[in-house]
Ligand binder design. Structure first.
Ligand SMILES: *Cc1c(COP(=O)(O)O)cnc(C)c1O
Length: 411
């Protein structure tokens, strides 16, 4: 891509239809935040909602809050807000538990729908916890299930009649490479398999079309692009055609048809509610609920256009300024999510030096520096400044200091 002049970059910001959204977020002064793919920033409306939920709803209403403030249906209400962003019908998404736990639940449900098949197909670009959960579930079932891991580009070709379910994360957490959800789901169905998608790096990053792709199950994160806060509740999706036939593996009272009948035997609730397990975390669900309101007036196609524009600008600027950094993300925007990664031998200290200057991205072993682009609160000038800072650190070797080489527990 030809490089833009500073005037052209400023013009992109002036004509940005999402520019006003930045005021809805509380971004610390001096920070350019390129890590919204890992932990989203604080939406301005969240602290007041939290204060209200704690003082008024909990403090004053006490147990009455379950009915008076409809806490009991928060998982469904929040689920419906997420559904709009991922191409799912109302009543098909529930906000609950963590991504790991939700993956366990939908994967177990999927395997039960394909009793004659024993293979779970995934790829080596998946986030390892997804693989770990599949391994643990297979061991628990003691029924000969096995996880088959192929290279990301070999997924479609590896789908055959032995596969029970494809368990694929749409966007690679390291490189940002994006799988073709429609094509893989279609191929899975042709082979009689089910398609389970992890949308951890997709939900809120671009428009996803679960129903259009005919996906069977999906899970995703509340604290990444959805800005729900550290450890926010996650979500899961079950296609309408499976809702009344799946058998949940975790049969808690909140997934019971009549939790307050206190029957001695479990009976699954109607619809996606049966995938709930225990008492919903009202405080963190309320934060996520309010955080999702920033998306209410956002057209996801507009968001995607800006995301591509930010990513393209960053790639062009970094490649021109920092020859040591090698693009690790697909060059074709269509094959990328909303992040850009580079490989660099001194990636860890480089990222620490960047963070020390207020440009926050992250590092993924062994050599990836990773930058997430969140169109709701980033401008093109932010991107230019980030690239300029990166250039200065590389050119002056400012990263080459002991303080930047000490590895922290969380990278
Ligand atoms: C971030 C992420 C997770 C995190 O799961 P938690 O249960 O929230 O720890 C899981 N899978 C993928 C693909 C992720 O990107």
């Amino acid at each position: 891509m030809a490089r833009l002049t500073r005037t052209e970059i400023e013009r992109l910001d002036r004509n940005d239809p999402l520019a006003h959204k930045r005021d809805e977020f509380d971004i610390p002064g001096g920070v350019i935040y390129l890590d919204g793919n890992s932990l989203g920033v604080l939406p301005r409306a969240v602290p007041a909602r939290m204060a209200d939920v704690v003082s008024r709803e909990w403090g004053e209403s006490l147990i009455r809050g379950w009915n008076d403030h409809d806490w009991i249906d928060l998982p469904a209400r929040v689920g419906d807000k997420i559904a709009r962003l991922i191409g799912a019908a109302p009543g098909t998404v529930v906000a609950t538990d963590s991504t790991c736990i939700n993956l366990f639940k939908v994967l177990a449900s999927a395997l039960k729908l394909r009793p004659g098949r024993k293979v779970i197909l995934s790829d080596s670009g998946n986030f390892p916890t997804d693989l770990y959960m599949a391994q643990g579930l297979s061991a628990l079932l003691e029924a000969g299930h096995k996880l088959k891991i192929v290279a990301p580009e070999d997924v479609e070709g590896a789908i055959d009649e032995t596969i029970a379910v494809t368990m694929i994360t749409q966007v690679d957490y390291k490189t940002g490479r994006r799988h073709d959800m429609r094509a893989i789901t279609k191929r899975a169905h042709e082979a009689g398999a089910l398609a389970l998608w992890d949308l951890a790096h997709s939900a809120g990053a671009f428009s996803v079309d679960l129903a259009g792709a005919n996906a069977d199950f999906a899970v995703g994160c509340g604290y990444k692009y959805l800005n729900g806060g550290p450890g926010a509740p996650a979500f899961l999706y079950v296609a309408p055609k499976h809702q009344e036939t799946i058998t949940p593996p975790l049969t808690g009272w909140m997934g019971h048809e009549a939790p307050f009948a206190f029957d001695l035997d479990y009976r699954p609730a109607k619809g996606v509610d049966r995938m709930r397990v225990g008492t919903p975390p009202v405080l963190s669900l309320s934060a996520l609920d309010t955080a999702l309101d920033v998306f209410a007036d956002v057209n996801m196609n507009t968001l995607r256009e800006k995301s591509v524009s930010l990513c393209e600008l960053f790639i062009a600027e970094v490649e021109a300024r920092c020859p040591d950094l090698v693009l690790a993300s697909p060059r074709d925007a269509q094959a990328r999510g909303s992040q850009v990664s580079f490989r660099c031998d001194y990636g860890y200290p480089l990222m620490q030096a960047l963070i020390a200057r207020g440009v926050i991205g992250d590092f993924r072993a062994p050599d990836i520096v990773r930058f997430g682009f969140t169109p709701l609160y980033l401008s093109h000038m932010d991107v230019l400044k980030a690239a300029e800072t990166l250039e200065e650190i590389v050119a002056t070797r400012a990263w080459d200091r002991e303080e930047f080489k000490k590895k922290a527990k969380v990278t």
